[in-house]
Design a protein around this ligand. Structure first.
Ligand code: AMP
Ligand code: MN
Ligand code: MN
Length: 329
């Protein structure tokens, strides 16, 4: 289906079926887990059977979300569900093999996302790249369809949107985003408490990680490109969890004069995870990442690519350099 399904068309599918599996991408962030909980709990409150699975389970830093214990690892056997819903997931393989297997009996696939690179892999797709977070699309869907907006769904939507907008700061944030936040607060959301749980409750090892990363920080490309790296050795030494690095890239993105920030991370399977942030709309991070099989948004994108680290760094930094203003762009 090349066109976006309307909220009403998605609502017709919700009305026709009563069993759903809700999924999101590997290494889930706040928008991934928040979106799963927001829609999953709304569909359940409307009387459906709902399972919420993620290949990497629930990260500790999001365990404060109400009913977050409902996020399960995928079961080994395929689930008896009619509808599979992928949220915030730019490509189908990013759901992870175990989740894809668990959802393999579903008759209908719904794909709701805000990544412009999303190839519309669902039977029904709603991709809105103007939305700063999948959570905001779900707020509009849930309110348009009059699905139950319980306190747990309310808090999950807020965290999804807050984390994907850098606390309502990135240029993707719109008047609609603030109106949504105001409505959630009117519905009883405790804004001080939820922000404190999201941003002021980090484990000490995250600060130790920041110190280790700062020791690897380099500026290149006339000081317009900042990058740092995390090796397996450091990960083992500090006993890190995948979510410990979430958002740290914002620190080097914030350096005055820096246009592109990169985080290179060694993964246990030998692959390299690259996080890329751009502050200049003329440097499209999603486009640079797509040269290596990755994707994302214009100002925030990522790659999973072959190692070793030194080679991945050299290749990606060369591509960033070529995309910088003044290099024939
Ligand atoms: P991250 O740097 O992991 O916070 O990711 C930044 C944005 O790019 C997020 O919206 C991700 O969903 C997206 N992204 C990250 N890695 C990939 C990838 N390998 N393929 C497609 N999109 C990605
Ligand atoms: Mn995400
Ligand atoms: Mn997102």
């Amino acid at each position: 289906m090349p066109e976006n399904a309307t909220y009403q068309q998605i609502g017709e599918i919700f009305a026709r079926y009563d069993s759903f599996v809700i999924m999101s991408h590997v290494r889930p962030d706040g928008d991934a887990i928040g979106s799963q909980l927001a829609l999953g709990l709304a569909l359940e409150a409307a009387g459906n059977k709902v399972r919420m699975i993620n290949d990497d389970g629930l990260p500790d830093n999001l365990a404060f979300l109400p009913s977050s214990e409902r996020i399960e690892l995928p079961p080994a056997e395929p689930l008896d569900v009619e509808v599979a819903i992928a949220l915030d997931t730019a490509t189908k393989p990013r759901l992870g093999e175990a989740s894809l297997h668990a959802a393999s009996k579903a008759k209908v696939w719904i794909n709701i996302d805000h990544h412009k690179s999303n190839p519309r892999y669902g039977d029904v797709n709603h991709i809105d790249s103007s939305s700063p977070a999948t959570g905001e699309i779900l707020y509009k869907l849930i309110t348009a369809l009059n699905l139950p907006l319980t306190p747990a769904t309310r808090d999950a939507i807020y965290v999804a949107v807050s984390t994907d907008t850098g606390s309502f700061q990135y240029p993707s944030t719109t008047a609609d985003t603030y109106l949504m936040a105001a409505d959630l607060i009117r519905r009883g959301l405790d804004v001080g408490r939820i922000n404190s749980l999201t941003y002021d409750s980090h484990p000490y090892r995250r600060i130790q990680l920041t110190r280790a990363l700062l020791n690897t920080l380099e500026l290149t490309g006339g000081n317009h490109i900042a990058h740092w790296e995390l090796t397996m050795a450091t990960r083992d030494e500090l006993g890190l969890k995948p979510e410990d690095s979430e958002g740290l890239i914002d620190m080097i993105r914030a350096i005055e004069g820096v246009t592109v920030a990169l985080f290179f991370e060694e993964l246990s399977d030998g692959k390299i995870r690259v996080s890329m942030r751009s502050k200049d709309p003329k440097v499209d991070a999603s486009e640079v990442c797509s040269q290596f099989g990755g994707g994302g948004h214009a100002l925030a994108a990522g790659i999973r690519m072959a190692g070793p680290m030194a080679e991945a760094k050299q290749r990606v930094l060369a591509a960033v350099q070529a995309a910088m203003p003044g290099n024939g762009n």
